[in-house]
Design a protein around this ligand. Sequence first.
Ligand SMILES: NC(=O)c1ccc[n+]([C@@H]2O[C@H](COP(=O)([O-])OP(=O)(O)OC[C@H]3O[C@@H](n4cnc5c(N)ncnc54)[C@H](O)[C@@H]3O)[C@@H](O)[C@H]2O)c1
Length: 327
Amino acid sequence: MTWGRTLVGCPDTEIVAWIDVDTSLAEKAAMELELGDVMTADNLAEAVKASLPDFIVDVSPPSAHCSVVCEALRLGLPVIGEKPMASSMDEARQMVAASQDAGKLYMVSQSRRYNAPMEQYRELVRGLAGVASLNADFFLGPHFGGFRDEMPSPLLLDMSIHTFDQARFLLDADPVSVYCEEFNPSWSWYDGAACANALFEMSDGSRFAFRGSWCAEGLMTSWDSNWRACGRKGTATWDGDRDLRIEEVQVTDGFFSKVSHERPAVDAEGYAYGLDGSLAEFLSALETGTKPQGECSDNIKSLAMVFAALESAKTGARAAIADVLGA
Ligand SMILES: NC(=O)c1ccc[n+]([C@@H]2O[C@H](COP(=O)([O-])OP(=O)(O)OC[C@H]3O[C@@H](n4cnc5c(N)ncnc54)[C@H](O)[C@@H]3O)[C@@H](O)[C@H]2O)c1
């Protein structure tokens, strides 16, 4: 429904069909979005033939992403789809190949990349002229109920892709390897491990440290994590909301260097946040042919961070991203 509202609210898009394996859910969505007599169906190929869309938006569950996306690409249509790209690396590789074979764009919507304070934070991080450590703390205690309470590794599998992808965005670097431990405290209301600590080596030589919990009661962080980047010129922090801070070295004599303090105000005037931002970038890529953020052959590196972290947690050894990415 969130995607439905985004598409309805965008002046450049129109929904021509709503497809769901359960057509009663497609009809319900069409009614709630007041789409009139828009086509509803349970078969993608037939609906495409009848409604002639320009592109497909895939908001199916992760286990269905590979079949939906590959079919749409084979039908000659570009796709923007929800994260995580796939429920395994094998599927993700098939999807990248399907996009290349069809010569059609498949972009994964990493909606948390479209965030004005985070873009400003990236500029502060760049200004440090080299980062040694980037830390993200993610501590929340959502009582979802439903599938997340029963799935294995709910934090790593369902959520960490956002934070890992944000780290790539902030550092403008790719992952090289990871050491990860995941665990479940005795009081956790999840069956699977709800906590994880992961340390990534990145291609710029920096280390990205993720500390996360999905059963953390009290003093919760933002859903966008709490960040610290420590670099050549100083340190920059972002609380994942609107508090940006930077301290840069001015004079280096004495025990501690003298630093400047700045708390830049967030400038979010007219900014397209979240899904609005990813849809705008997708439409622009279709029009201009430029490669958008989230393009599948790039986004698979963020997905590999998740599966490499899981692999390391399982074996107790450091996992190489290249091994997880495969050929
Ligand atoms: N970016 C975010 O913050 C964010 C937030 C929520 C969900 N998501 C992502 O969105 C996706 C969907 O999540 P959800 O919570 O809306 O799931 P959901 O289960 O509520 O809805 C998925 C729908 O897809 C339908 N479906 C299943 N298989 C299908 C198929 N093969 N073809 C067509 N329809 C099919 C189901 O019947 C269901 O109606 C997931 O990948 C999830 O990770 C992202």
